[in-house]
Design a protein around this ligand. Structure first.
Ligand code: CTP
Ligand code: MG
Length: 230
C-alpha cells in the first residue's frame, strides 16, 4: 500500500543512498542489498514515510540506478529520486537542491540506517520545530576509548562521559543546512559538522539502537535479528 505523505507537513527528509557499500563486501550498491528479503532502502523509506510530519522525501540514488529506484519506491510513497554524487556530502547537496524553500525543516537520513523508527524521525523534527537550528540523535559511547600514537603506543584514555556516537536523522532549519552546504569545503564531514563549522549550535537528543548504521556483514545479521523483534 502506498503511504500518503502529509501535504501540510513541515519536514523534508533527504535520504543519501548512493554509496557503493565497499565495507559490506562484494555485491551491488548497499542501499539495494536485501534485508529480510527487501532492499535496505525500502525498509528505510517505509519508516520515513510513516513519520507524521514528513511532507517530502528525496532519495539520492546511485547514478546508474535512478530509474530502478524510482520504480522500486513508487509503491511505497511519493518519493523524489535524484542521482547522487561521488561523496555523501555531494549526494546530500544534490537532494537538498530540489527541496522547495517553504519547507522549513530538513532532515538528512542515511539509507543505511534502515531500521530507524518513525518516532526518532519525529523527535528530531520536533526539536528543530521547537527552535533548535541543528539537532543530532546520539547514543553514549560504550567501549573504553584510547588515544594512540605511532607503533600503537597508548597516549591516554579519553573521558568517555563527554563522547557520543552520532546517528541520523540529523535535523536542521532549512536555511541553516543550505548555508552550511553552500560553504562546505571538507567533503568528508557529516552535515552537523558543516553546521558546526559555520558556528551554529548543534544539540543532541537521544538516539535509538534501531538506528544502527548497517555497514559490515555483521550489521546485516544484527538487523535481521532486530527486524524480527515483536
Ligand atoms: N552515500 C551517498 N553517496 C555517496 C556515499 C554514501 O548517498 N557518494 C550514502 C550511503 O548510500 C549511505 C550513507 O550515505 O546510505 C552513509 O554512508 P555509508 O554507510 O558509508 O555507505 P556506503 O558509502 O555505501 O558504504 P561504504 O563506505 O562501506 O562504501
Ligand atoms: Mg561510505
Amino acid at each position: 500500500m502506498t503511504a500518503q505523505l502529509n501535504a501540510r507537513g513541515d519536514v523534508a527528509v533527504l535520504v543519501p543512498a548512493a554509496g557503493a557499500g565497499v565495507r559490506m563486501g562484494p555485491g551491488g550498491p548497499k542501499a539495494l542489498r536485501l534485508l529480510a528479503g527487501e532492499p535496505l532502502l525500502v525498509h528505510a523509506i517505509r519508516r520515513v514515510a510513516a513519520a507524521a510530519s514528513v511532507r517530502m522525501i528525496v532519495v539520492a540514488a546511485p547514478a546508474a540506478e535512478v530509474e530502478a529506484v524510482r520504480e522500486l519506491l513508487a509503491s511505497i510513497a511519493d518519493v523524489t529520486v535524484v542521482a547522487g554524487g561521488a561523496e555523501r556530502q555531494e549526494s546530500v547537496s544534490l537532494a537538498l537542491s530540489v527541496v522547495p524553500r517553504e519547507i522549513g525543516i530538513v532532515l538528512v537520513h542515511d539509507a543505511a540506517r534502515a531500521l530507524t523508527p518513525p518516532q526518532l524521525i519525529e523527535s528530531v523534527a520536533a526539536a528543530v520545530r521547537g527552535g533548535l537550528p541543528a539537532v543530532i540523535p546520539v547514543l553514549p559511547v560504550i567501549d573504553t576509548i584510547k588515544e594512540v600514537g605511532p607503533g600503537e603506543i597508548v597516549h591516554g584514555t579519553v573521558d568517555r562521559s563527554v563522547l557520543r556516537s552520532v546517528q541520523t536523522p540529523q535535523g536542521f532549519r532549512h536555511d541553516v543546512l543550505a548555508a552550511a552546504h553552500a560553504a562546505a569545503t571538507d567533503p568528508l564531514t557529516d552535515d552537523a559538522g558543516l553546521v558546526e563549522k559555520a558556528g551554529v549550535p548543534v544539540t543532541c537528543v537521544p538516539g535509538s539502537e534501531f538506528a544502527l548504521k548497517i555497514t559490515r556483514p555483521l550489521d546485516l545479521i544484527l538487523a535481521e535479528a532486530l527486524i524480527r523483534l515483536p
